[in-house]
Design a protein around this ligand. Sequence first.
Ligand code: SAM
Length: 192
Amino acid sequence: SFRCRSAFKLLEIDDKHKILQPGLSVVDCGAAPGAWSQVALQRVNAAGADPELRRGTVIGIDLLNIAPLDGVQFLSNHDITDPATHARLLDLLPNGEAHVILSDMAPNASGYKDMDHEKLINMCLTLLDLAEKILQPGGALVCKYWDGILAHKLQEKLSSVFGSVKILKPKASRKDSAELYFLARMYKKPIK
Ligand code: SAM
């Protein structure tokens, strides 16, 4: 069983878009309590449950503590926007590279819609710095955001470094919430 209903959002996204494959390396940002990591663990075969398939890697990060899960490496009490966390991930990932970055992270909602929106967009923007350090060319990013006036800015930045960017609203996501996901694929390292 899953630690949280949010698992069904990732299952739905992955069933449709086939992002997670056995053998891939995945970084799960904002991973507590760990349901997305449970899904990723199964889909990339990170615990080696199927010995016939390649074995992948899942690393989950959260500001909060995350209970251990066999086959997943958790960085509890880590801030994914902190460059020190990026350095830690580079060390832990096989060849220092991830194929997929997942982010279901969200700040504690203040109740002020515009402020929460802006805060989450700024957090998502830091994932582009992380991608530059760890994401393989051709890699993918799934990230949650709350819709609002700055969403187009994030979309433009994503479009400048990913070959394809889609907006997803999983059925498992409450209809009345402003929650949406960007699915960005075919990463190209930015030209400096
Ligand atoms: N996907 C998770 C699951 O399926 O179990 C649920 C994630 S929950 C909606 C959002 C998480 O983002 C919270 O646990 C929160 O602590 C985390 N978070 C917020 N800001 C963060 C940051 N800067 N670094 C790491 N995690 C963060």
